[in-house]
Design a protein. Structure first.
Length: 285
């Protein structure tokens, strides 16, 4: 019995969720899942670079991030969080900003790719300009960040590229045409990088949130309710009725999964498409 307890204690000691000494760049950090992810990573001990185009929003999130992490080691100083003001829709500007950041602070160990979402609408109605716009905002921006940050990750022998995607990667959502296409491309981008970078202790994974209580979800529901003549409450009730968990997710629940993937404990999780949807995909046909 003592040997079993000793083995269990040793195993628990090996599980490391602390991000002390790591730097995380979080895109879209001013609201929703990005904001929750910034908080979660800071609580785990990471120095957070909150990235976005809204300077007031970035100043707010910077003031809210904890200075002393829940998982901090007492001997190590609390990290000084920062912001990176840039428009994710401009990949060239993102590359310049990221280059300048790394030249000043050194390596970024964790990149959370959360760069917005295409507007709702049918794919057949979308212009090629609209499709190109969101390929740039999502895929090209993610690629620029990976290219800039990967050398530092490789040198540190620690890297996490985490993409916030959508369940439409596996099952297209009606009325989300451009998003369905671009998200699917992001998934193959992430899995390709997982194969190329995995040997350098750099993992690439994609989280697929289900219905999450954010401003975007509220906007989508309001739009659908208006088009269908239903009330927002009726539409929400029908949507929730399809989710085995019986409710929408909170941004913090998605962020908790992101924080785990970012941690040393998830070192062997690579190339995964991870649904965080309350079981919705298990029941869809």
């Amino acid at each position: 019995m003592c040997m079993v307890n000793s083995m269990a204690a040793t195993f628990i000691d090996m599980i490391d969720f602390s991000l002390q000494g790591k730097t995380a760049l979080v895109c879209g950090a001013t609201q929703g899942i990005g904001c929750a992810a910034a908080h979660a990573l800071a609580h785990a001990g990471a120095k957070v670079i909150a990235c976005g185009r809204n300077d007031e929003g970035l100043a707010k999130i910077l003031s809210e991030l904890p200075k002393l992490a829940t998982l901090a080691r007492a001997a190590e100083p609390a990290p000084e969080h920062e912001v990176m003001l840039v428009d994710h829709a401009n990949p060239a500007a993102v590359e310049i900003a990221a280059d300048a950041l790394l030249a000043r602070i050194g390596a970024v160990h964790i990149v959370v790719v959360n760069t917005g979402a295409p507007e709702a609408g049918y794919l057949i109605d979308a212009s090629t300009d609209e499709i190109d716009k969101f390929f740039a905002q999502l895929l090209s921006t993610a690629h620029k960040l990976a290219q800039v940050c990967a050398p530092g990750m490789r040198a540190a022998q620690y890297g996490r590229i985490i993409v916030v995607g959508a369940t439409s990667i596996e099952r297209p959502i009606r009325g989300q045409g451009v998003s369905n296409v671009v998200r699917a491309a992001m998934a193959n981008w992430a899995r390709t990088l997982a194969g190329e970078l995995g040997g350098f202790a750099i993992t690439t994974n994609l989280v697929m949130p289900g219905c999450t209580r954010t401003q975007r979800l509220e906007s989508i529901i309001a739009g659908r309710a208006k088009r269908s003549g239903s009330s927002v409450e009726e539409l929400e009730s029908r949507m929730i009725g399809k989710i085995p968990a019986g409710r929408f997710a909170t941004p913090q629940e998605i962020a908790a999964v992101i924080a785990f993937i970012a941690s040393p404990a998830a070192a062997y999780v690579n190339g995964a498409l991870i649904p965080v949807d309350g079981g919705l995909m298990c029941t869809q046909t």
